[in-house]
Design a binder for this molecule. Sequence first.
Ligand code: ADP
Ligand code: MG
Length: 348
Amino acid sequence: ERTVQRIAAGEVVERPASVVKELIENSLDAGASRVAVSVESGGTGGIRVRDDGVGIPADQLEAAVAEHATSKIADIEDLDRGVGTLGFRGEALYTVGAVSRLTVRSRPPDAEAGAEITVEGGDVGDPRPAGCPEGTTVEVDDLFYNTPARKKFLKRTTTEFDHVNTVVTGYALANPDVAVSLEHDGRETFSTEGNGDLRSAVLAVYGREVAEAMVDVEWTPDLGGDDDDNDGSDNDGSDNDEADPAVRRVTGLVSHPETTRSTREYLATYVNDRYVTASALREATLDAYGGQLAPDRYPFAVLFVEVPSGDVDVNVHPRKLEVRFDEELAVRAAVEEAVEEALLDHGL
Ligand code: ADP
Ligand code: MG
């Protein structure tokens, strides 16, 4: 049975970045205002996520690392929450504990002392008292030590760290009200202030040159009366009606056309506050720049798209971040218009 558990875990926990993603989700679910991520050797040498959230009472530590530990059963029906975590709900700590040496150390703010529990390759130890600050610290060492087949698939340290960095960056930009930091082999990669300002989070993550080249995107559908203002918003062949538009809002930041990089990885897109990859969103963003981008150059973008939750399919693949839209044409049109307007507003 242990073997079955390990194989299943190997399917779900792909690499250090998948562990980091689950641990950050847990910290945010716990209402943390600070989340500090620290990894060694791209995460293959150790992962630590510390938060200042509600914590786990000592008598619930065992349950937290057990199978189906979730305190969020109600959410199982809620597919909106499922992006990238489906099949993993209530089982992240359990699953990670099956393929690593896991320590969860926690102290709820009202508790006098902290406690910790350790899981080694699925063997759960006894909870014991431990000194720790308020909040929760999760440490994952020796990932895949007992699943050599999975371990073999790990890439070079720099590649694994790139994946970790992408995940942590994605959450940092999506949660500017949370102070998110990332450290690799003892060196700080970035640290956001958590002051609620997206531009300040961009400054922390991408640096001053990029932050200063970003312009605000703020778009809502034109719902006014008969649609004769020929803004094109309702002429895209979709059946969106004005009472429930296919896109409710597009916000965020995009860069000047001359502030670019040679890869698309700086086009961060979110649907209903979940980090996603959707070629429709990227292409619509690039289309908005028209011919202004140099060949093979891509802008920076942090775009939040709000659509009715029933109009987006987040279950294209349980572990991937792809989504599909019912009203793809309307979504494309809205994003393109939103970015175009933002650039025009700044004379770009
Ligand atoms: P899920 O998040 O889907 O409930 P997990 O295995 O990720 O399942 O976590 C199990 C449980 O452990 C959570 O429901 C929560 O009660 C508790 N937990 C995990 N991480 C934290 C954390 N950082 N702060 C507070 N509680 C946590
Ligand atoms: Mg979780």
